[in-house]
Write a protein of this length. Sequence first.
Length: 346
Amino acid sequence: MDNSDKVHDVIIIGGGPAGLMAAFYCGTGGMKPLILEALDFLGGQSAALYPEKPVYDVPGIVECTGQELANKLIEQVMQIEPLIEYNQSVDEMKQVDGVWNLYCKSGKVFKAKAIIVGTGKGAFSPIKLGAPGEDAYLGKGVYYTVKRLADFKGQDVLLVGGGDSAMDWTCTLKDLAKRVTLIHRRDGFKAHIGAVNQVKAIAQAGEVDFLIPYEIKNIEGQGKVEKVTVFNNQTNEERSFPVQSIIICAGFKPTADALKKWGLELNEKGFIKTHEICKTNLPGIFAIGDATEYVGKRHLIVMEFGEAASSAGAVSTYVYGKGKGGAEWWAGPKKKKTEDKETVTA
Ligand SMILES: Cc1cc2nc3c(=O)[nH]c(=O)nc-3n(C[C@H](O)[C@H](O)[C@H](O)COP(=O)(O)OP(=O)(O)OC[C@H]3O[C@@H](n4cnc5c(N)ncnc54)[C@H](O)[C@@H]3O)c2cc1C
């Protein structure tokens, strides 16, 4: 059955740390949450904005990167088997006969009795270069994320960017692709110095091409990317070479425009005003994480985990009535993995 065909008990908008843990606590309370995520991956800011940055202040984890934190949260929430819809950016919401209808930019409509808004700083979209041909070849050789490494096997690949993603994908794809070229528009990098040095070393060894300060001048091809022209933005010298894929790693930007249309009470800074147990001004709509603000709020992951648990309990009470659903703690998954064996507990 399509997730848009039924009325869900609870939909969580946003698959960042707050939304993921809200889904987890909904699941441990016996609910089957549906997560709607604007991107094609989960993890929110930690995965999209700072995958390589160290995180030191999440309880129980002395140190990890943003991506490692996202991976752990995803692994944890997958235990309760949530429903997940990717590439669903919620644009509008309306309550019809007690049921919230969420209208996504994709044209899909999802319905639920209760909603947890975990939209953080807003829906992320990739930062575009504005290069000629970039939009025309989107999905036909121009990409902003790498979904399947195998898609680039044997190809001439152009990577664009100076951040950790560009460095990482250059190193990862060099052994799989026919040829990898990395261009960056300036002699300064957002990436970790170690990652930059690694790419410089493999470029020196002739394993990849690394061009600085170069930008895309034009993308060409018959229906799909076949050739690119890049130029030196200091000397205007141009180079053309065949490529089948261009991966643009310029980062992601959040847009919180949708939130303003939803009828939620916002404070002067544009954050959702929440009251006890993450309630908003609208019935059945709860809000958590970076999207919210209240006295004492800090925009830290540790606070979002608490709000996630609180909102799940509140949703349980809202949907099933006081006292039903929602456990104080969870006894763990029914299927536990011990080393390579799967055991079923009662
Ligand atoms: C550079 C940087 C470093 C940081 N370092 C730390 C740190 O070390 N420790 C710490 O505690 N905190 C840190 N933070 C803050 C922390 O990342 C945030 O508090 C946290 O990510 C907020 O989680 P969230 O789930 O509320 O929102 P987000 O992480 O922003 O996730 C929201 C998700 O909702 C999705 N979304 C938004 N709108 C829609 C929509 N309309 N429809 C569908 N999906 C939507 C987005 O695509 C996104 O995936 C850092 C933040 C930044 C920017």
